[in-house]
Design a protein. Structure first.
Length: 212
């Protein structure tokens, strides 16, 4: 709560509502699914941070008809470099450019062996080529699982911010699909990725790196 928070004290407000997934099957479920996805996508694309514990238990349908996010103090803020890398990775997947996405992930990681790195890049490239007919956002959960499996197999260290962001997207994808199986994440995610607001040199400096 603004005015009560100090360096050694965090004061949070009480949010009255019920678990978001209890709204499955209700008339409002499709709208709530869309809102939930937009929340995570806007965090990543526009606001430069990600909630660090975005499981369904931290999502409420509030008494006033909104989505309430609990434990919002648990978050990771991306600096300009991290944000640039994250956006390059996401937009590369959207463009079915697996090599650029993989190279950016490797560039962001530390202490990787050259052979392992090349195998990882080849794995990500093959994954994207084999599923080029699918949308990244519509299959984000599957891709996250495959990326983590490839990183483990080839001993490539991924940046914790990437893992946190990917898991947040995966968790919200799962909750939103429960609410509305017909939801198309590509219709929500793609406009954010390519809109003038996202690629504005004035508003978001990471676009300079993405364009270079």
């Amino acid at each position: 709560i603004t005015g009560l928070v100090a360096q050694e004290a965090l004061v949070e407000s009480f949010v009255s509502g019920k678990p978001l997934l209890e709204m499955v099957g209700s008339d409002r479920a499709p709208q709530l699914a869309e809102w939930g996805c937009k929340i995570v996508l806007e965090m990543l694309f526009y606001h430069n941070f990600v909630h660090g514990d975005l499981h369904p238990g931290n999502l409420l349908y509030t008494d006033d008809g909104r989505i309430g996010i609990l434990d919002a103090g648990i978050c990771m803020e991306m600096d300009e470099s991290h944000h640039a890398d994250m956006m390059i990775i996401l937009t590369s997947f959207l463009k079915s450019d697996g090599k650029t996405a993989a190279l950016t992930m490797v560039d962001s990681s530390k202490a990787n062996e050259p052979l392992d790195v090349q195998d990882f890049i080849d794995g990500i490239t093959n994954m994207v080529e084999e599923s080029h007919h699918q949308s990244f956002f519509d299959h984000a959960g599957e891709y996250v699982a495959q990326i983590c499996a490839l990183a483990c197999k080839h001993h490539v260290k991924l940046d914790p911010i990437f893992i946190t962001s990917a898991l947040a997207m995966k968790l919200m994808e799962g909750a939103s699909m429960e609410l509305d199986p017909a939801l198309s994440l590509i219709e929500l995610g793609l406009p954010m990725a390519v809109s003038d607001a996202v690629f504005s040199y004035v508003q978001l400096p990471w676009a300079k790196k993405a364009a270079s």
